[in-house]
Design a protein around this ligand. Sequence first.
Ligand code: PGA
Length: 249
Amino acid sequence: MDIYKYKDYEDMSKAAAAFVIREIIKKPNLILGLATGTTPIGLYKYLIKAYDDYIISFKEVKTFNLDEYVGLPRSHPESYYSFMHRYLFDHIDILPKNINIPSNDPENMERLATEYNAKMFGNQRDLQILGIGQNGHIGFNEPGSRMGNMTFIVKLDEQTRLDNSRFFKSIDEVPKYAITMGIKNIMFSKQILLVASGKNKAEAIYKMAYGDVSDDVPASVLQLHPHVTVMVDEEAASLLNMTGNHLTF
Ligand code: PGA
């Protein structure tokens, strides 16, 4: 695992975008795993800028999103389908047929999870972007989720619903269930880039890097992946005791 520390959110987002841009330049038909949440918004902003500046095109890029709420219509502003269009897809030249976001019809969830898995098996991701929850979740793999899980339906942790209630009128409106790639799907990506910002992520980042590998902190499993890059701002890195700006182990 390589951990890079940046002064603030903006610098971290620029560096994370540069990482993704390099991968797209090397492989224009990159298969890219995407994350939602507040953290990657800056990274997406700089990807859009690189597209506007004719540095990269997404014409051949294929994307797979990590997760989606169950039961929110895609048209709901807080669905991850809406999020991705608002912050990335509506501003680049990606082809709609190359966008994959888990479908979330509550009637057919088990079948939809199986179908999403099957699609990913034929499309090994070259790079998976991840955020991290305060509780150490990756995607919606909440503490206690089994490491061997493939795409599945998860009951959201109360901490996650509380964290995400800032986007809804009240916590009662936050969906209770989601469909998410499992840890096994995430680990199957050739490379992983995790971004985290802010003091409220410092403990999760510490446990991810130094804690026991345990399903109590799902992100700790990343210690076992051969190609993980973590980009954090100073606040998120504050418990790592980094003397320089780079740690590798
Ligand atoms: P955040 O969410 O970027 O909004 O903090 C990250 C996550 O829950 O994975």
